[in-house]
Structure formats: C-alpha cells, structure tokens
Design a protein around this ligand. Structure first.
Ligand code: 6LW
Length: 530
C-alpha cells in the first residue's frame, strides 16, 4: 500500500513539474488589439464599458462592452454625426485625442478633446450602444480630460496643458469645477500635480478610496519611456503626495527591455463587481526590430489595492502577452464572421472613414450584397476625405482579401486595397485601366514597386502581414493567387511614419485629381488573424 502511495505522489510531482499549474494562460493581451489607444473604462453593475481614441477616423470613439474585462464586443460609437465630430481636413493624428467614460446617476458621459476643432467637450447618453448627445463644450484648454463626481455632488473637470490667462501654458494637470448641465466652468482652472518629473505628464483620472483622492497619470510620453504614476491627497485640489513605488506600471526598466510589449501607459483603474481591481492601459507590440504597426492597443492587468495603501499592478508593474492570473468568470462573445459579404445597409462597426465622409460616394447595396464606392479627385495622399473604408490591422500575422469589379475608363481611375498608416505612409495594390500596380507611398517618395498588364474586370486582391514583410498578391479565379511583391513592414511603422494611429486595411477608389466616372464594386472583404 505504501509503495502505491509513494508511486502516486511521484507521478503527481513529475506531472506538475512538466506542466506547472501556474503556467496556465488565463487570458491574452492585448484584450482589444489593433489601434485602440488611451482606453477608459467604467462599470454599471456587472457590465463594463470602454472607449478609445480615434483621431482623424470617423465615426469617433468606439464603445466596447464586456462582462469580464477580458472579452470585449464593440456596441457602437460615441461620435456618429458630423455635428458631434467635425474633422474636415484635420491633420493625420489630429482630431479626437484621449477620452474618458464615466457613469453617474443613470447617464453615461464621455469627455474628450477634438484638437482640430473646438477643444474639450463631453457627450452623454442613457444607452451607450445608441445615439449620444450633442457636445457640451468646456472652456478649459489642454488634452486628456477626465471628469469626477465628488460625494458632495460637485463635478470636477481635469485636463493637461491648459493655457492660463497670463499666456503661460504650464504643463501638468489642472482642475476646475463645472456645471454638468451646461459644461460651464464654475471655478478657474488650478494646477494640481505635475507628476514625478517625467516629461509630458498627462492622462489624469481621479478615484476616491479610503478617504483619499487618488490621482493617476501617465508620464514619459506615449512611446518607449511611457509609465503610470499615482499620488494622493485628502483634498481634490491637493497637495498630492506621490506613491513611494512610482511608477506603478512601466516597461522602461531593464527587466522589460526585451519584452515585446513596450510603451505601457495611459491607464484607467476599475473596481470590478467582485471587489477586485484592474487596470486598462495602452501599450504596443514590437515587430521587425524596434517597430510597431498595429498601433497602441488596449491591455488589461490585475491590481492589488490594499486598504489605505497604494495600488500594485500585476505584482511587479509589468505585464505579458500571456497572463496567468485569476480573472472574473470569463464570458466570451461569439466569434465574428471572417468574411463581410456587404449584405447590410450600413457598414459594420469595425469600418471607419477618413474624416467626415461624402456619404453619396458609398452605396451599401444589401440586396445584391455589394459595396459600391465612387471615386472623387481625392487620393489617399490628400489630407481630406478620399473615398476609403478601412478596418484596423489587429494582428501582426493576418490575411486581408477582397473581390473587386472595376472597369476603369482611363488610367486616372484606380481602385484597390491599401495598408495605410496615414496619408504619407501606405502600400497600395491598385487596379487601373489595363494594369495592376503595387505602389508604396513613403513620405514624399512614391515608389512603383510593380506593374502587371491585367485586363480582367473582376479580380481578388490580397495583403498578408507578417513580422518583417507585407506580401501583396492577386487572383482572377479567387483560388490561385500570384504574388505581386513584398514590402518591409518597418517602412510604414509608427517609428517611421510617426503619429498616434495604427495600420488600416482599406478599400478605396480615386480619380486621381478628377471625379472618377467608374464605380468600384466590392463583393466581399475577408480579414483573418493567422
Ligand atoms: C494622448 C496622451 C497620450 O492624448 O497620447 O498615451 C496622446 N498618451 O495622453 C494621444 O493618444
């Protein structure tokens, strides 16, 4: 008997050594992949809502819903009307900067900044999946606004970079009291905290806990030096005492220098319905050396926040792509179809326009399951609204394919598929009269990588992404694809192109300076992570 017992114990020891329970992956970061930066989260009961920034893209500020902080489903956008979101001719990475979402007294509030028109404002709704109100503008400068309701009913508005009446723009976080009904400031903005000495203190959020006002911010800039710091005070106006263990989240340390995740920062904290604390924040995934293309994405980490103590993020202030910590009961959503058949009257929530679209150039022909795009003289190089419909690249390894019918009458007219970082950095696989062209826009350089004689009216175009290269191919039968060429991913990475966004896979058509007479008819679009 004793021998059998010892044998069983030995087996258990060996098995647990081979696959230790602690190595179990409980969820993967990023929890919202692709260009979804500056996340902010709120909770209503056991429902979680999250928003991210969108810059020059329309509609603006996607709204996501979750029951477990790990699985997220987009339910709508906050800014769906031109009256809420004037982006006309705004620069790349202009427009909508960081948002904050909060729930108070039965209403959701989203506050953000349109740096290209109007500044700080907020919209509100009782249904986050529905229409949001017209903006209420707040006469306070700077970016990264946040809103906080105190227990005495006062409402506070914080931002960073406000220009004071003496003309001096002091960096750091400022606070004022506002009238929620009108957006009017009740008090003058006053500085509250400049952080721990890092450059670009930004992204403030306030939490009241254990009798303290906790002020969470980001410092170091939203690149490789990014970090999250926190301070607390018995008064919302301060003075704030910084946490002894700042930064509470960063990948600037040597221990994280080889972590594929970099740039961790711009966090928001949330107390879950089971009393646990969590942080959502942005970070980016390196590829092809020190480059990233999928933009700053939304990450999740557990937070231990003891009574009267300081929050500790994931035990040591750093995170991994594969997390093995306890989670809320996981409630995944049904997987989305890989193929969009264009059989709906409006585009899916994942589709975005560049700035405010000329809606007459987009026909969602649900009956015949086709997307019909009409080109104007505007091209992807214009800081305007060319005829473009794109969705985020959410994977480093992916395949994007579309089927296009296009009979251009002249070589001015083009339609095709693009991998676009911004108006100055994109790779285009285009059909024109009698030809298929692979063209790279690299800053001021337009490089024709390949031209192929091709007269087929109906073709399939494909872009495949991987760590080092994008690969471009076409087919005339939908089965056999021929490679047209490759492009190094680092040529359009954020490190090369700059900006705050991420790569989109987009469908487009243009008349290259003149209105295009020939519509581009897209039968379907497929995107899959590989
Ligand atoms: C945002 C600032 C930042 O306003 O980058 O990551 C700016 N942090 O907080 C644009 O996303």
């Amino acid at each position: 008997m004793r021998r059998i017992y010892l044998l069983v114990v030995l087996c258990f020891v060996v098995l647990s050594a081979i696959s230790p329970v602690s190595a179990q992956i409980t969820y993967r970061n990023p929890v919202i992949p692709g260009f979804h930066p500056d996340p902010s989260v709120c909770r209503v009961g056991d429902d979680y809502y999250l928003v991210t920034s969108t810059f020059e893209y329309f509609p603006g500020v996607p709204v996501f819903h979750s029951k477990d902080l790990v699985n997220w489903e987009q339910i709508g956008h906050c800014l769906t009307r031109d009256s809420q979101l004037p982006l006309q001719k705004c620069r790349a990475s202009g427009g909508i900067y960081a948002p904050t979402i909060r729930f108070h007294d039965g209403r959701f509030y989203m506050v953000t900044t349109n740096v290209s028109g109007g500044g700080n404002f907020y919209v509100s709704t009782t249904d986050p999946a529905g229409e949001w109100s017209e903006p209420l503008w707040v006469n306070q400068g700077g970016i990264d606004p946040t809103i906080f309701w105190d227990e005495d009913g006062k409402v506070y508005f914080m931002s960073v970079g406000h220009q004071f009446s003496d003309g001096k723009q002091r960096e750091g976080i400022v606070i004022s009291e506002i009238d929620l009904k009108t957006g009017k400031r009740i008090t003058e903005p006053v500085p509250v905290w400049n952080g721990t000495g890092g450059r670009y203190p930004e992204a403030p959020h306030v939490y009241k806990k254990d009798g303290f006002y906790y002020l969470l911010i980001a410092e170091g800039g939203t690149e490789y030096g990014h970090k999250v710091t926190i301070a607390r005070s018995k008064s919302i106006y301060g003075p704030y005492d910084a946490a002894p263990a700042n930064p509470i989240l960063t990948h600037i340390n040597r221990s994280s220098q080889t972590n594929q995740i970099q740039g961790t920062g711009h966090a928001d904290l949330i107390e879950a319905h089971d009393g646990s604390w969590w942080a959502v924040f942005l970070a980016f995934r390196m590829q092809n050396g020190n480059n990233h293309l999928t933009g700053r994405e939304t990450y999740l980490a557990p937070v231990q926040w003891p009574q009267n103590g300081w929050p500790v993020v994931n035990g040591n202030g750093s995170v991994a792509l594969e997390m093995n910590c306890p989670t809320l009961p996981l409630k995944p959503f049904p997987a989305k179809p890989v193929r969009d058949e264009f059989n709906t009257l409006t585009p899916g929530l994942e589709w975005n326009y560049l700035r405010n679209p000329a809606r007459e150039n987009y026909l969602f022909d649900a009956k015949s399951s086709k997307l019909v795009l009409k080109g104007t003289g505007l091209t992807l190089n214009d800081i305007d609204s060319p005829t473009f419909l794109g969705r985020r690249q959410e994977h480093i390894n992916f395949s994007a394919t579309t089927s296009l019918e296009f009979r251009p009458g002249s070589q001015n007219e083009e339609a095709g598929l693009t991998a676009l970082m911004n108006d100055r950095y994109h790779f285009d696989l285009v059909k024109t009269k009698g030809k298929l062209i692979l063209r790279f826009q690299l800053g001021s350089i337009t490089h024709i990588a390949k031209e192929i004689a091709l007269n087929a009216d109906k073709i399939q175009l494909r872009i495949e992404g991987a760590d080092l290269f994008y690969t471009f191919s076409y087919s005339t039968d939908g089965q056999n694809f021929k490679v047209v060429g490759k492009a190094d991913t680092n040529l359009i990475s954020t490190e090369t192109a700059g900006g705050f966004t991420g790569v989109y896979l987009g469908l487009f058509v243009t008349g290259n300076g003149v209105k295009s007479k020939t519509p581009a008819v897209f039968d379907w679009f497929e995107y899959k992570g590989l």
